[in-house]
Design a protein around this ligand. Structure first.
Ligand code: SF4
Length: 62
């Protein structure tokens, strides 16, 4: 799970989708707290990737 912090526009959709995996800094820019979410969190992260309006989120597969 990576987030391009230069691309993020601070819309907060990711944090609303999973507040454990995602957080926002004082400027509202995304922070990824869990780089390899599993189970239901992984499902929510997939949802967040689709919801993010800036395309900042990427799921990395090995
Ligand atoms: S949903 Fe996208 S644009 Fe919004 S805070 Fe998360 S990464 Fe940034």
């Amino acid at each position: 799970m990576t987030a391009d912090r230069n691309c993020c526009i601070g819309a907060g959709q990711c944090v609303l989708t999973d507040p454990v995996v995602f957080d926002q800094d004082a400027d509202g820019v995304v922070l990824v707290r869990v780089e390899r979410p599993t189970g239901e969190a992984a499902d929510r992260v997939g949802e967040a990737v689709g919801l993010c309006p800036s395309g900042a989120l990427r799921i990395e597969h090995d």
